[in-house]
Design a protein around this ligand. Structure first.
Ligand SMILES: [Zn+2]
Length: 186
């Protein structure tokens, strides 16, 4: 998934943004004390693959503004950039925690994403749901569904196009599906 996805606001039904939180493993007990006291981070106890426990510091990107905070006294061995999203467009999924921001009504909170149920760009066709991550991927989806010759090189940039159920891709579905998607974009 991308680091940010479009979600439906439960308060105003508008288009809101969910942004994934980032976590970094805490190295020592002293560090843990520091992170526990910090107002910028939450601490999380986790179990590793071998059953050993460790702590992580989780930062909710986007909760207090779009930039990472300037913190002058981070413990040694950490940089605030450690909590930046990776440069990869898509992230592997291990945690659904993040920040919910709705510009329309001002709702801003920590949130556990329920995907794709909360996807803003989703439509129903013949009892099946079709969804996209955000505005840009919805445009790609419309192009792809509407194209008379579907190009597989789009898959490199938009791997999710590969996974569209056949029911949305039939000749008879095309017009209705396109129209419903466009309505969400309006
Ligand atoms: Zn809202």
């Amino acid at each position: 998934m991308p680091h940010r996805v479009a979600v439906t606001c439960p308060e105003c039904a508008g288009e809101a943004v969910f942004e994934f939180a980032e976590r970094v493993r805490i190295k020592t007990k002293n560090d843990l004390h520091w992170f526990e006291k910090s107002k910028h981070f939450d601490c999380l106890k986790e179990a590793g693959p071998n059953g050993q426990e460790y702590h992580s510091a989780i930062y909710y990107n986007g909760l207090m503004g779009n930039a990472l905070p300037l913190i002058s006294d981070l413990p040694r061995g950490y940089r605030i950039d450690d909590w930046a999203h990776s440069d990869h467009m898509f992230r592997s999924l291990n945690d659904w925690r993040g920040t919910f921001v709705c510009e329309s009504c001002g709702k801003r909170s920590k949130h556990s994403l329920d995907w794709p149920r909360e996807a803003y760009f989703q439509i129903e066709y013949r009892d099946q749901n079709l969804w996209a991550f955000d505005r840009a991927s919805t445009v790609e989806l419309i192009d792809y569904i509407g194209a008379s010759h579907r190009k597989t090189d789009d898959f490199i940039y938009w791997p999710f196009l590969m996974k569209i159920p056949h029911v949305f891709l039939t000749r008879q579905a095309r017009e209705t599906v396109e129209k419903r998607l466009r309505k969400r974009l309006a």
